[in-house]
Design a protein. Structure first.
Length: 487
């Protein structure tokens, strides 16, 4: 296996195992052999096959994305940035996403666009929550990213007939078929020749899966040694639906059926009973969540668009709850999410200590790796996978670089990510993705959105068009009124 040395890096965010935290190393070498890191630190003098000049660069661990929907979300661009349902808790789940989502045959281009965005923002591992489909694993593997496939499965679907009431259509037989397809997909991912794919069991939403379905899913997760993720505490409507059905909050119900525990990742985990938009003083969800060992996948952007925010990443992490970060929506830019994590947490708590840079950076690296049961990811240390990014320290937005991680997150963002490696292979060079034909994928995405929008009125309960559901910012005119002549 080839040994590569990136020599003389200005900064390297290395992992101090003894202290259990990231640290800065200066004038450091990063050496990897094949797909594994062999040395981190200054003064490496061992044999190498390739030497790369690291001057003017900072190495950071590959970011670990624990929750993403690359199949569907890229096609919602221009549609869901500002709109939700006024009478359904301001959510976009029940009226918007059900009518805008792409056709399955257009999932490939959409996913490639999303992954290309993730790679350019320093993400080396994606958790893809999509519906099982042929070619899914191969599409992900071809991008060069490390991927966790989480085929979502459910027994029911939500819908609204009037814009103010959510109803559920149940089909247990369809749920059984989805379960079988999901397990088959997980087994195929584990055997994929790329060696970069793994799986996660995914009962889709807490309110679309019954108790037995959850229990069986958890049993299969344990049998395969995989984590399990479900969407829960993601909407005001969902919270009250679970109380209506069971007399329990979503967290209480998961606990009561034996699912809330170290094997479970809660997608979003926002609406606990003490959330300001809930104010349900008859439970103690935070303590129950903290004591359970379950973890939370936090995706701030999609909720901020609807005026919603977790309360807060600092409170969760300081209490010992493992939190990871994901990109639930477009753009698939992890550094944007990390910056927003910090600002929103400080705003909702009115306390600048509740959303620190360390909270965000550790959630996006070691927190996500812990959730995926991968101690060889999210950190730069000997024996870990060679998943990392090189940041251009000379980029104007990185200067002055008194504190380089802060400069990256709060100022430069993905503009300063120059090179990205996954499993020891370069996938981004000089800011360009090497593994995806971005132009072709984008063209496919645009066409897929166009086809879907033509039929929106057929799926909307009120027969509305896309422009009626999500009115454009400005009206389109054939021409402006006649200008006055110049005299």
């Amino acid at each position: 296996m080839k040994t590569t040395k990136i020599a003389g890096l200005d900064h390297l965010v290395g992992w101090d195992e003894a202290e259990g935290r990231h640290v800065y190393l200066e004038n450091a070498d990063l050496v990897f052999k094949g797909n594994e890191i062999a040395h981190v630190g200054p003064g490496y003098t061992g044999p190498v096959d390739v030497t790369i000049d690291g001057k003017g660069m900072m190495a950071i661990p590959g970011l670990v994305n624990v929750h993403s929907h690359p199949f569907s979300e890229p096609a919602n661009k221009g549609l869901t940035e500002e709109y939700g349902s006024d009478k359904l808790g301001q959510s976009s789940l029940y009226e918007y996403l059900t009518v805008f989502g792409l056709n399955p045959e257009d999932a490939g281009p959409s996913s490639k666009v999303a992954v290309s965005e993730l790679l350019k923002s320093g993400v080396t591992t994606i958790t893809d929550l999509s519906m099982a489909r042929p070619g899914w694993a191969d599409d992900l593997a071809a991008t060069g990213i490390r991927a966790v496939v989480c085929p979502m499965m459910r027994q029911g679907v939500w819908y609204t007939k009037n814009g103010h009431t959510v109803e559920y259509a149940w089909d247990e037989k369809a749920g059984e078929k989805a379960f079988e397809a999901s397990m088959k997909t997980l087994d195929e991912a584990a055997k994929h020749p790329s060696g970069r794919l793994s799986g996660m069991v995914g009962p889709a939403q807490i309110d679309t899966c019954r108790e037995g379905f959850f229990k069986e899913a958890l049993q299969e997760a344990k049998r395969r040694g995989l984590p399990m993720q479900t969407h829960a505490c993601q909407a005001v409507v969902e919270f009250h639906e679970m109380v209506h059905r069971h007399g329990k909050t979503p967290i209480e119900w998961l606990d009561a059926i034996g699912v809330l525990g170290p094997d479970l990742i809660i997608g979003h985990g926002i609406f606990l009973n003490d959330h300001p938009q809930i104010h349900y003083p008859h439970a103690n969800d935070f303590k129950r969540l903290r004591d359970s060992g379950a973890s939370v996948a936090h995706c701030p952007t999609v909720f901020a668009r609807r005026g919603m925010v977790m309360n807060s990443i600092g409170r969760y992490m300081d209490a010992g709850i493992t939190v990871g970060i994901g990109t639930d929506t477009f753009p698939h830019n992890m550094l944007d999410e990390m910056r927003l994590v910090c600002y929103l947490a400080r705003a909702i708590t009115m306390n600048y200590k509740m959303g620190t840079t360390r909270h965000a950076f550790e959630a996006a690296t070691i927190g996500g790796a812990k959730m995926l049961r991968r101690p060889d990811l999210g950190r730069l240390a000997p024996g870990c996978k060679a998943d990392f990014s090189l940041v251009d320290m000379s980029h104007p937005y990185m200067q002055p670089a008194h504190e380089p991680v802060r400069s990256l997150i709060y100022s430069a963002g993905d503009r300063a990510i120059r090179h990205v490696y996954v499993d020891g292979t370069q996938v981004v060079k000089d800011g360009k993705v090497l593994t995806v034909d971005v132009e072709a994928a984008t063209a496919g995405l645009v066409e897929g959105q166009r086809k879907r929008l033509e039929t929106v009125s057929q799926r909307d309960w009120a027969g509305r068009t896309a422009d009626q559901l999500a009115p454009p910012v400005y009206a389109t005119r054939d021409r402006l009124p006649q200008s006055r002549p110049v005299t």
